[in-house]
Design a protein around this ligand. Structure first.
Ligand SMILES: Nc1nc2c(ncn2[C@@H]2O[C@H](COP(=O)(O)OP(=O)(O)OP(=O)(O)O)[C@@H](O)[C@H]2O)c(=O)[nH]1
Ligand SMILES: [Mg+2]
Length: 219
């Protein structure tokens, strides 16, 4: 079979927690101190090796701003993994993790693999959320957890690679089932209904009209 397995990962969390910076650091090894809000969604792809097998990680960056929530949610669909990011210097962003989790489970799948990410670890003096609190939340819910810094690169590769590894293991075990057809990634045989297809089509048309959101195809 020629087609490569694609893991769709979404990166969600409040505005300003550093989602775009984390992805930029991972894909291009760059960092930007200036803040430019993500509007809608963008995605980039990268091939990685997992136990000698080649897999493509398709990483979706989403807008954290409230205004764009209804626009971005449909793009959560068929995500096999989600990184829910908060900022360790912003307690409010940690309090929102539960809401993001609900959004992911509702709009992607209840089986989507979750990794919790506490970003901006370099700003230790401004810390509002302790490492222990992050671990406790993740442990209680059975999620993977890392603190990161997009600025210093700390743990950035790890969050993507470990998440992909764990998903791969779950696939081996049969807990997650992915179709090899790129267009139809399914988790535990979840598949689109006609209603959903129509919804996404209308959504895409609306998006074009409004010219909100940039969807980059870099496969
Ligand atoms: N010190 C520090 N600053 C960071 C880090 N990651 C991101 N930032 C800064 O935080 C701000 C917001 O980063 P973004 O990556 O744009 O945030 P976002 O989560 O994508 O925000 P939205 O697109 O609005 O959802 C920028 O000014 C970044 O430079 C980090 O690890 N350390
Ligand atoms: Mg962003």
């Amino acid at each position: 079979m020629n087609s490569k397995q694609i893991f769709k990962l979404i990166v969600v969390g409040n505005s300003g927690v550093g989602k775009s910076c984390i992805i930029l650091r991972y894909l291009d090894d760059e960092f930007n101190l200036g803040y430019e809000a993500t509007i809608g969604v963008e995605f980039g792809s990268v091939p990685i090796e997992l136990m000698g097998k080649s897999v493509v990680l398709q990483i979706w960056d989403t807008a954290g701003q409230e205004t764009y929530r209804s626009i971005t949610k449909p793009y959560f669909r068929r995500a096999v993994g989600a990184l829910i990011v908060y900022d360790i210097t912003d307690r409010n962003s940690f309090n929102s993790v539960m809401d993001w989790l609900e959004d992911v489970q509702l709009n992607a799948s209840p089986n989507t693999f979750i990794t919790i990410v506490g970003n901006k670890r370099d700003l230790e003096s401004k810390r509002q959320v302790s490492y222990e609190e992050g671990v406790k939340f993740a442990k209680e819910n059975g999620f993977l957890f890392f603190e990161t810094s997009a600025q210093s690169s700390y743990n950035i590769e790890k969050i993507f690679e470990e998440t992909a590894n764990k998903i791969y293991q779950q696939i081996q075990k049969g807990d997650i089932q992915l179709s090899f057809d790129e267009q139809k990634i399914t988790i535990n045989e979840y598949s689109e209904s006609e209603e959903e297809k129509l919804y996404i089509k209308n959504f895409d048309d609306e998006l074009k009209k409004k010219s909100l959101g940039v969807v980059k195809f870099q496969l």
